[in-house]
Design a protein around this ligand. Structure first.
Ligand SMILES: [Zn+2]
Ligand SMILES: [Zn+2]
Length: 240
């Protein structure tokens, strides 16, 4: 019996969204699986939002990504931000559910498998230090670290800094979000040598307007990243 099997026999895997035991390796029990909207099929190549129609392999963009500046190249997201997807993001962000990160990162790794270029480095969207102190961990950094393990890629957790404390963005208009984030995120001068000349995968827990990811993408570009892709655990989708 392999060690993994022994561990599983002692601790049967639990659903990441509830406490039910699950036989599945996907991390969710059958009940939660039904209440989870995994993004698949045709997606926007820039933000990963699901689109109507069939996937014939062509590159398509959603309306938002055609009209809003997206200073990155490609993007994917795992879950629609509703039901279980929303619960997982909130648990990871506010509920100290750090145990979710390896499963979430495994899903994100599957999404990014075909987008990762050689010599890619992974970097999380940064938190301001006051918020980091209050929350004790940066959920995006945690996801980035686990994604690095899942994809066997290096991670630079402090590639970006957030010197400006921004207001909470919940409930703000898209324009207000972009204005608030403008210049709020900068490259860490101590890490520039790790970013310059390399493709970067930026990691965040959820994409709403994309303002935070845009500010982060601009910062890694300023640090010399050659190609920037983004991956989020969940994507806020209109009418979802
Ligand atoms: Zn469950
Ligand atoms: Zn899009």
């Amino acid at each position: 019996m392999r060690l993994q099997s022994v561990i599983r026999a002692i601790y049967p895997p639990q659903c990441v969204a509830c406490d039910a035991q699950t036989e599945d390796d996907n991390g969710l029990c059958a009940v939660c699986w039904k209440d989870t909207q995994f993004i698949g099929g045709l997606v926007c190549n820039t933000c990963g939002t699901p689109l109507p129609g069939e996937d014939h392999g062509e590159v398509v963009q959603c309306d938002d990504c055609m009209t809003i500046a997206r200073p990155w190249d490609t993007g994917r997201s795992v879950l629609v931000y509703n039901g279980v997807g929303r619960r997982l993001v909130l648990g990871l962000k506010h509920g100290d559910r750090t145990d979710l990160a390896p499963t979430a990162a495994r899903w994100m790794a599957q999404k990014m498998a075909n987008l990762a270029l050689s010599d890619t480095i992974i970097a999380p969207v940064p938190l301001h230090w006051v918020r980091l102190a209050r929350r004790r961990y940066n959920q995006s950094a945690l996801l980035a670290q686990e994604l690095g393990k899942a994809m066997n890629l290096p991670v630079c957790v402090d590639a970006l800094l957030r010197p400006k404390r921004t207001n909470a963005l919940e409930g703000h208009s898209r324009d207000a979000r972009f204005a608030e984030l403008s210049g709020a995120i900068i490259p860490n001068p101590k890490r520039a040598v790790q970013i310059v000349g390399r493709p970067v995968i930026l990691v965040d827990d959820v994409m709403t307007s994309g303002a935070t990811l845009a500010a982060s993408a601009e910062a890694v570009r300023a640090a010399g990243a050659t190609n920037v892709s983004i991956v989020t655990l969940a994507r806020v989708v209109k009418d979802a």
